[in-house]
Design a protein around this ligand. Structure first.
Ligand code: XMP
Length: 510
């Protein structure tokens, strides 16, 4: 299978480049520009992409690569900093831009480059740069310009070296996907080889080879990643896998039972479900502060998991549902070092007897994990589950968590989810749920005055959950959900819709 190596110079869109390449059905990995020429040779890339980055190429200490990379005979696409670096190393010159360009910019291409095949001569591109190419390297020519940037795209077709000042990976670049496809299919000659249906057998074989006849332990959470990891490991090593499912009692309606049923009945996984609701609720009694709730749940989770793991005895592997963005964001994959702001409940248990960690999904993006789940035969309802925080409903109940509040919230949330699905919006909104405010207000039902809780509905549109906007849900839908919740869920007499974006609000209410 053909593979692209993306050399990371620390730009903010680098993970996005990898996602776009994979979406074109071409396998790629991101690695720091610091990796050695031997490591690059060992990876045996069929093409290189240099990412953008915050550095200035002519400053001292700017990230460099071995110029021999341009003579490997494979196509190279340099994006932003990557293009400036290519120019700098091959004998051209860069300078501080006379006009700094930021945002949507109109570009005209010359109609001569294979990179722009099928792209209208004038279109909108995403620019973000303060440095520009001043003098081309020998044998390069200009293939696109904007008003403020003469060298918006350059190339040396004979050596298959291409540079673009804009960001084809960003969706604001109108023909970004077309340009990446032109590079991957037209110039590199690749085809759509990387699909989950072709990867599933490889994934199973790799797990088998790594695990051999040893035992594996996995913590199931009810989320997509751990479920797909479990299904994959089950297909690979069957009875050598044991899953522990700690049900902390903070899951949504029927969620625990659903996960258990699919894993046990359909996949025949050796799953040990621990119903620990009482333990968690006892610990949470009287606790109102959000971070304390998180901490208590996280610690208790590990304690329960460890106790159960002890009963199983020594295992060789502890499996984790780590996915590719986690790998890259934790600084292991590339150059970007975004520290993850949220850790899933669990972390790494210290007192579990294991020798090695196995992360069967560490090369996959979330959408690939979902596709793999479907290939493995997991039901759509599980595979398309929206993200759910480790501390569960505890951080959607403002104030103290009690059994009765959990009951109210579960019912309200189930109604909201059901109606979202009926309206066909369950995959359009990225996360949606009900939260139970700690506020009670006056209402009237029949002839009676009520004094009951207000439920808040939240639905957001987001790509990365770092920022989000509230979903513009149809009034009719909100009306229906509100009517059903107040009518069907005891102790709720008011429904609110959260119209705050993130920032300044967060997605969760706590
Ligand atoms: P916020 O509320 O920070 O949420 O805007 C962003 C995303 O992170 C999820 N989230 C969590 N996930 N443990 C988790 O595993 C947590 O403590 C936690 N807090 C928030 C949230 O559901 C959303 O998807």
């Amino acid at each position: 299978m053909k593979r692209v190596l993306i050399l990371d110079f620390g730009g903010q869109y680098n993970l996005l480049i990898a996602r776009r390449v994979r979406e074109c059905g071409v396998y790629c990995e991101i690695k720091s520009f610091r990796i050695s020429p031997e490591e690059i040779r060992a990876f045996a890339p069929d093409a290189l992409i240099f990412t953008g980055g915050p550095a200035t190429v002519f400053d001292e200490g700017a990230p460099m690569v071995d110029p021999a990379l341009f003579s490997m005979g494979i196509p190279v696409l340099g994006i932003c900093y990557g293009m400036q670096l290519m120019t700098h190393l091959l004998g051209g010159q860069c300078r501080r831009a006379v006009t700094r360009e930021y945002g949507k910019t109109e570009l005209h291409h010359t109609g001569t480059s294979r990179l722009f095949a099928g792209v209208p001569e004038t279109a909108v591109y995403w620019m973000s740069h303060g440095v520009e190419v001043e003098k081309l390297a020998p044998d390069f020519c200009i293939t696109a310009s904007s008003q403020g940037c003469r060298h918006a795209a350059i190339e040396c077709e004979g050596r298959r070296l291409y540079g673009v000042q804009f960001h084809p990976e960003v969706m604001h670049t109108e023909y970004g996907t077309q340009i990446l496809e032109n590079f991957l299919y037209g110039i590199c000659g690749f085809s759509r080889e990387w699909t989950m249906s072709s990867y599933v057998d490889t994934a199973i074989a790799e797990c088998r080879e790594k695990i051999g006849d040893k035992r594996v332990l996995l913590a199931l959470s009810g989320g997509v990643d751990s479920a797909v990891a479990a299904a994959l490991l089950q297909k690979a090593v069957g009875s050598q896998l044991t899953c522990i499912f700690v049900d902390h009692g903070l899951l949504r309606l029927n969620e625990g039972d659903d996960v258990e049923r699919v894993m046990k009945d359909e996949f025949h996984v050796d799953i040990r479900r621990i119903n620990a609701q009482d333990r968690f609720l006892d610990k949470l009694a009287g606790v109102t502060e959000p971070e304390s709730k998180r901490k208590i749940i996280g610690e208790e989770f590990i304690r329960v998991f460890e106790t159960e793991a002890k009963k199983i005895g020594k295992v060789h592997f502890l499996a984790q549902g780590t996915i590719y963005p986690d790998v890259v964001e934790s600084g292991l994959g590339g150059e970007s070092t975004v520290i993850k702001s949220h850790h899933n409940v669990g972390g790494l248990p210290e007192h579990v007897d294991f020798e090695e960690i196995i992360e069967p999904l560490r090369r996959l993006f979330k959408d690939e994990v979902r596709q793999l789940g479907l290939e493995l035969g997991l039901p759509e309802s599980l595979v398309w589950r929206q993200p759910f925080p480790g501390p569960g409903l505890a951080i959607r109940i403002i104030g103290e968590v009690t059994r009765s509040k959990l009951d109210i919230l579960r019912q309200a949330d189930a109604i909201f989810r059901e109606e979202m699905a009926l309206a066909g919006l369950d995959r359009t909104a990225n996360q949606y749920f009900a939260a139970l405010t700690n506020m009670r207000s006056v209402g009237v039902m029949g002839d009676e005055r009520t004094y009951d809780y207000a439920v808040a509905l939240r639905s957001v549109q987001t790509q990365d959950f770092m920022t989000a906007t509230w979903s513009r849900l149809p009034w009719e839908l909100l009306d229906k959900v509100s009517g059903r919740i107040v009518g069907e869920v005891p102790h709720v007499n008011r429904v609110l819709y959260d119209v705050t974006s993130k920032p300044p609000a967060t997605v969760e209410w706590e």
